[in-house]
Design a protein around this ligand. Sequence first.
Ligand SMILES: [Ca+2]
Ligand SMILES: [Ca+2]
Length: 234
Amino acid sequence: MILIFEGILILALWHSIDNAHRIVVGAPAPCDAYCFNELIPLHNTIATLNHRLSECETMQSVNASARLDKIDKELKTHKVRLLANTQGISRNRKNLSDQGKLIEKYKRKLRKPFVQIGSGYYYIEDETTMTWFGAVRACLRYGSHLITLNNQEELDAIIPRLTKNMYWTDVNNLSVDELVSITTGLKAEFLKWAKGEPNGGSKEECVSIVSPKYEMHDYPCRTKNFFICEAYEE
Ligand SMILES: [Ca+2]
Ligand SMILES: [Ca+2]
């Protein structure tokens, strides 16, 4: 009897085990814990990658921001330099313009109205008086020389154009005893003294022509007189 019961118990247990086995094999895979444990490393890796990605994005953002700030500063610096250069160019243009106006002014001043009289060209200064030295320099500035009267014909051509009492010529005896032309450095080739002239000695060492006949007088060089400039022969 006991043997029968044990057999039945064994059969029941076997059946239970078999059923249990069949229940386990046929059931939906109950691997949550297992899978979870298996996925933990992958999850951690993904988390690490996400963290690094976030860091990279932050760093890129910071770097990009820093680069933009640097570019912005450089642009501002270039803008300031460009503005300074533009202002410098404007100043230079104004200076050039002012210098150009000054040059034109001097050109106008130098472009005295030389007129042809006989075979030569002359500028008769009958507005401003100068010493003989000043007259020499003025004619040089005009690209000419104080008049060299070469002959009576030249003097006769000039006389009708003269309106003042006295004009300087280029004749003097400042450095030597004889009367020379400062233009040529040679002895004056034409002298036509007025009556009683020359009479000044060492006090009158420059020669002028005096109305009404515009004959020659020796006269103090530092006296201010009108003068005549003669263009160089071309
Ligand atoms: Ca002459
Ligand atoms: Ca005299």
